[in-house]
Write a protein that binds this ligand. Structure first.
Ligand SMILES: Nc1ncnc2c1ncn2[C@@H]1O[C@H](COP(=O)(O)OP(=O)(O)OP(=O)(O)O)[C@@H](O)[C@H]1O
Ligand SMILES: [Mg+2]
Length: 268
């Protein structure tokens, strides 16, 4: 039974056909979840579908765009017919396109105020921003924003890039666990269901976000002859029984979906 906005039996629906069933209704709300996968595995699309699902239910949603500039994200999903204009966006992309166009070798760092995706898509960024992209600067922006905007869903795409840019900005080897912890604790207080995308860490490493997130979904892709095979698997998920099997994921005209809804495996 649908009992609320983007909620199903107290869960936050994922926006991915087939995934809610794997999660017995959706994500337990108000918590952070980690979406890992290699490049091109569907992390950004999964995040966008999650936000679009919120928009469909009238929820304010926010994207922290680090991997790609917003206007490029909008162009990428045009084929799906998605209208991202209602997604509030914190543009934290350094804007390679802008400086390539200008023929400059100088790096442009940008961390813009939260704007609507439409506004950011229309506005080809002027290379004027100079604030470093660090976990701390993103946290401060989000904190300020969430004091006035009652965001229910948030996507940070991606933690890998934040770490990469923070390393270049500060020279510090690792984004401090306490900064990530502060951010995620704050988001939990605000009851924001958050998806954090990242490349899978090396198997011997445990990243702060792995420790702090309440669940982890792994996207895989591999070539099977001339065909690309994509899969999705819930590695762990606190607070709900869930399907632990690896399922086929496809990217079609409507975005991504879980194809193989075989009976649920034993939950945890
Ligand atoms: N508009 C589209 N039409 C068809 N396929 C698409 C479209 N957009 C993306 N895809 C496919 O979906 C794949 C996954 O896209 P997505 O942007 O979610 O990847 P990702 O995991 O975020 O990786 P990365 O950030 O490294 O590109 C793309 O590599 C592409 O093959
Ligand atoms: Mg991406």
């Amino acid at each position: 039974m649908v009992v609320g906005r983007g909620r199903q039996d107290g869960r936050t629906t994922t926006g991915i056909p087939g995934l809610d069933r794997m999660l017995k209704g959706g994500y337990p709300p108000g918590r952070p979840y980690l979406i890992t996968g290699p490049n091109g595995s569907g992390r950004t699309l999964m995040g966008l579908q999650f936000l679009m699902e919120g928009i469909r239910h009238g929820e304010p949603v926010l994207l922290v765009a680090v991997d790609e500039p917003p206007h490029e994200i909008m162009e990428n999903v045009r084929a799906f017919g998605w209208d991202l204009s209602k997604i509030h966006t914190l543009d934290a992309n350094p804007g390679q396109l802008a400086y390539r166009r200008l023929g400059s070798v100088q790096e442009i760092k940008s961390l813009q105020e939260v704007r609507s995706m439409q506004e950011l898509g229309d506005q080809r960024r002027a290379p004027a921003q100079t604030e470093d992209i660090t976990m701390q600067s993103i946290y401060l922006r989000l904190r300020r924003q969430l004091e006035t905007l009652p965001v229910r869903r948030l996507v940070i795409d991606s933690m890998t890039s934040i770490r990469h840019f923070a390393l270049r900005a500060t020279g510090e080897q690792q984004t401090d666990r306490t900064e990530i912890q502060s951010l995620l604790r704050f988001l939990a207080e605000k009851e924001v269901t958050t998806l954090i995308t990242a490349l899978p860490p090396p198997s011997h490493e445990l990243t702060p976000e792995q420790v702090i997130c309440r669940g982890e979904v792994l996207l895989r892709k591999e070539w099977s002859g001339p065909m690309m095979k994509r899969t999705i698997q819930i590695l762990r998920m606190r607070g709900t029984p869930h399907d632990t099997e690896e399922h086929t994921l496809t990217i079609g005209a409507d975005g991504i979906r879980v194809e193989d809804e075989t009976p649920l495996n034993a939950g945890e």
